[in-house]
Design a protein around this ligand. Structure first.
Ligand SMILES: Cc1cc2nc3c(=O)[nH]c(=O)nc-3n(C[C@H](O)[C@H](O)[C@H](O)COP(=O)(O)O)c2cc1C
Length: 181
């Protein structure tokens, strides 16, 4: 607690300690997704940077490390799928974050999935929501690229509890259907 990582002060202060930065970013709780592309560049990657961006047009973004295989494959595919993982899918999240997993379609052999109807991107069975996106724009974001996708299909699969990532750990978040007033 109370770690100081800013050299100098004010707008020109520079954050230099990436471990401290990573830990600070990690205090922001997120859902967990698997971003996928299909066809000849089939690939999947666990991502918690998925964010809703716009309702009209319907846009969502994901930030991908420029060194990730997904960066090359998503750029080549021009479309992608997003599966928002359920609370019982931590093993799926760990699998698609494991850099030693097989490449190509072999990495999908140990999970159930179905191809997206519009993009062919593998969509993970048991996820709470599936999206298919066409790549709309991409923006440089330091060592990552911000891929903005136009949502072309969505399917709300279940009301199951969802997987959450916080402080470097997976947690389950109960989804209440009670309407708040
Ligand atoms: C919970 C979690 C969330 C992650 N989110 C992202 C992300 O949003 N963007 C990213 O580039 N990597 C993210 N990663 C790391 C990648 O999943 C991991 O580096 C993966 O092996 C990269 O795959 P690739 O190089 O085969 O495409 C995340 C990892 C975990 C465990």
């Amino acid at each position: 607690m109370g770690e100081v990582s800013v050299n100098g002060s004010g707008p020109s202060g520079e954050v230099t300690d990436t471990k401290v930065l990573r830990r600070a970013f990690g205090t922001f709780a997120t859902g967990v997704t698997v971003v996928t592309v299909g066809g000849s560049v089939a690939h999947g990657m666990t991502a918690n940077s998925f964010t809703s961006v716009s309702l009209d047009p319907p846009l969502a973004s994901v930030c991908v490390d420029q060194d990730a295989i997904m960066h090359t494959n998503l750029t080549a595919a021009g479309s992608f799928g997003v599966s928002i993982l359920a609370a019982d899918q931590e093993d799926v999240a760990r699998h698609f974050a494991n850099r030693w997993r097989p490449l190509g379609m072999a990495q999908f052999e140990q999970v159930s999935w179905e191809p997206g109807r519009l993009t062919g991107a593998p969509l993970i069975a048991g996820a709470v929501t599936h999206f298919e996106c066409e790549l709309w724009r991409s923006y440089g974001g330091g060592d990552h690229t911000i891929f903005l996708g136009k949502v072309v299909s969505l399917y709300r699969c279940s009301d199951d509890d969802v997987l959450v990532f916080i402080n470097g750990r997976f947690r389950a978040a109960a989804v209440s259907n009670e309407v708040s007033t």
